[in-house]
Design a protein around this ligand. Structure first.
Ligand SMILES: [Zn+2]
Length: 173
């Protein structure tokens, strides 16, 4: 996984969460690019998975060339609220975990079914939750959550708690 983290959260807290969620969904994670940026205002963490295999490096910090990067099976953009605006670190990490799973679900689809599995969404298409690709992603998330509950898959609690603690510590500084 190529992590491009433009937030104040350290890479070593984000990386394990992305790795484990991708593994649980059974996506091929190694060459997928994940860009994490901050939203200007507060709100919920948002994610988008893209069905094309290129990204302009202009979008990536510390990259001066306009080289196009090739990724394996699309790429993911996660947008998180400013940490100072987070009122519950527990809710933040739970939402972050869910969004990671959901977006890896789209990547899994792409890697296994090709670009038609993740059509570009226009606003006037079906309601978000009525789209087949969103229903599949939600199904993958539900399967993972059930397997964690049953002890079949590793529980992410320790890595989520690390991020939670970091947020709590950051906010009292
Ligand atoms: Zn989605």
């Amino acid at each position: 996984m190529q992590l491009h983290n433009q937030t104040i959260i350290p890479d070593n807290l984000i990386n394990p969460i992305l790795q484990l969620s991708g593994k649980h969904i059974r996506a091929r994670t190694p060459d997928v690019l994940v860009l994490v940026t901050s939203l200007v205002r507060g709100g919920l963490t948002k994610g988008t998975a893209f069905n094309y295999h290129t990204i302009s490096s202009k979008r990536l910090k510390n990259s001066t060339s306009s080289r196009i990067l090739i990724t394996d099976g699309g790429w993911i953009h996660l947008r998180i609220p400013p940490i100072s605006s987070v009122s519950s670190s527990k809710m933040f990490v739970q939402r972050f975990w869910y969004v990671c799973l959901h977006e890896w679900g789209h990547i899994f689809d792409l890697q296994n079914g090709g670009p038609k599995r993740l059509p570009w969404s226009k606003d006037h298409r079906q309601r978000w939750i009525d789209r087949p690709e969103e229903q599949r992603a939600e199904l993958y998330v539900a399967e993972v959550e059930t397997k964690i509950h049953l002890g079949i898959l590793k529980n992410p609690i320790s890595i989520l708690t690390e991020l939670e603690n970091w947020i709590d510590t950051y906010q009292v500084r």
